[in-house]
Design a protein around this ligand. Structure first.
Ligand code: A2R
Length: 317
C-alpha cells in the first residue's frame, strides 16, 4: 500500500510516519520542501521516500500525485500556528486552502480511488458558549482567527469534493495535541523548553507566559495519529469527526503539572506579547461519534505526555 503524508517533516507527520512504519505492507512517501528542516524525521529518513513538492503549486502537486498514485493521503501540511495566521493571513489561507485544493484536483483529474484524510481543527469551532461544551460535530463553526477560517474552508472543501465527485475524504477535527517534537511556539512545548533552559542555567528562573486561563482538551500526538489512521480505515467518507480526550484542562493546570516535574523554583511572569487579538476561551470536545465508528480511544495520560515533552527538550537545549 502506498501512503503519502504531506507535512511529513512536521510535528504530527513525523509521528504518523513512525506509526505507519510499524505496519506491514505500507510504503511511506513524504512531501517536503527544499528548505524543510528534517530534524523530526532524521532517524527514519532511510525508511521513507521523500519527494519535493510545494502544495501551493498545482503543477508540483499534480506531478507528485501522478508519479506515486497513492492509496492513502494523510494531508497534514499547513501553516499550523494560530498566532502566525494574524501576521500572515494571506499565506495561511493560501497554504491551507489552495494547498488542499491542489491535492483534491490532482486526485480527481487522475481519477484515482485514493482515500484522503484532512487534518481539520477544533479551532474551527472558535467562539463556543459554555452551554455548548462538550462540543459535538454539529456545533456551529464560529472561527476566531484566520487559521480557524482556513480550517473551516479546508473542512467544507472536503465535504464538497465528497458530495460533488464522490471522493473518499474524511475530515478529522483534532483538538489540541502535544508531545515530543511539538514546535516550541505551542504553549505546552514552550513551557517545557523554558524549564529545560532554566535547568541548564541558560534562562533566569522566570517562566514567561501568555493566557493561562484558556481551557483546552489535550491528546497525546501518538494517540492522535492512531486516530488519523483509523479515520481512513474505519471512518465513513464525507463525514467529519472530532478527535479529542473529552477532558478540559485549564492551561494553568498543565503548567503546574510541568512545574512538578522539575526541582527548580520557578516564578511566573505575564508577557503581553503572548496574548492573541481574540482567543478561544474553552475547547472541550465530544468524540463519541468517532469512538463509536472506529473504536479509538486515547491511551496516554497527559502527565506522561508532558514528561516526554520535557525530556525531549532536556535532550535538546
Ligand atoms: O514548512 P516546511 O517546509 O517545514 O513544511 C511544513 C509543511 N508545509 C508544506 N508542505 C508543502 N507545501 C507547502 N506549501 C507547505 N507549507 C507547510 O507542513 C511542515 O512539514 C508541515 C507542518 O508541520 P507543523 O507546523 O509541525 O504542523 P503540525 O503540528 O504537524 O500539524 C499537522 C496538521 C496541520 O494541518 C495543522 O493545521 C493541524 O494538524 O492541526
Amino acid at each position: 500500500m502506498k501512503v503519502v503524508i504531506t507535512g511529513i517533516a512536521g510535528f504530527v507527520g513525523s509521528h504518523l510516519a513512525e506509526f505507519l512504519l510499524d505496519k506491514n505492507n505500507v510504503n511511506v512517501f513524504g512531501i517536503d520542501r527544499w528548505l524543510s528542516r528534517l530534524d523530526n524525521i532524521q532517524h527514519i529518513k532511510d525508511k521513507i521516500k521523500l519527494i519535493e513538492c510545494d502544495l501551493t503549486d498545482p503543477f508540483s502537486t499534480n506531478s507528485v500525485i501522478e508519479k506515486i498514485r497513492p492509496d492513502l493521503i494523510f494531508h497534514l501540511a499547513a501553516q499550523s500556528f494560530v498566532p502566525t495566521s494574524w501576521s500572515a493571513p494571506h499565506d495561511t489561507l493560501t497554504t491551507n486552502i489552495i494547498g488542499e485544493l491542489n491535492i483534491f484536483e490532482a486526485v480527481r483529474k487522475l481519477r484515482l480511488k485514493t482515500k484522503i484524510q484532512i487534518a481539520c481543527s477544533s479551532e474551527e469551532y472558535g467562539m463556543v458558549y459554555k452551554n455548548e461544551v462538550p462540543i459535538k460535530e454539529t456545533n456551529p463553526l464560529r472561527p476566531l482567527s484566520p487559521y480557524g477560517v482556513s480550517k473551516v474552508a479546508q473542512d467544507l472543501l472536503g465535504y464538497q469534493y465528497y458530495q460533488s465527485y464522490n471522493m473518499f475524504i474524511v475530515r478529522t477535527r483534532g483538538f489540541n495535541h502535544t508531545g515530543p517534537r511539538r514546535g516550541e511556539n505551542f504553549v505546552t512545548s514552550n513551557f517545557a523548553k523554558q524549564i529545560a533552559l532554566i535547568e541548564k542555567g541558560s534562562q533566569k528562573p522566570v517562566m514567561e507566559v501568555g493566557n493561562l486561563n484558556a481551557i483546552r482538551d489535550f491528546t497525546d500526538v501518538r494517540d492522535m495519529v492512531k486516530g488519523y489512521w483509523l479515520a481512513l480505515e474505519k471512518g465513513k467518507p464525507g463525514e467529519e469527526y472530532n478527535i479529542c480526550s473529552g477532558k478540559g484542562i485549564i492551561i494553568k493546570e498543565a503548567l503546574k503539572i510541568l512545574l512538578k516535574l522539575t526541582n527548580e523554583k520557578i516564578s511566573i511572569k505575564k508577557d503581553p506579547r503572548r496574548l492573541r487579538p481574540s482567543d478561544v476561551e474553552i475547547l472541550i470536545g465530544d468524540c463519541s461519534k468517532f469512538r463509536k465508528q472506529t473504536g479509538w480511544k486515547p491511551e496516554i495520560p497527559l502527565e506522561r505526555t508532558l514528561q516526554d515533552l520535557l525530556d525531549y527538550w532536556r535532550e535538546r537545549v
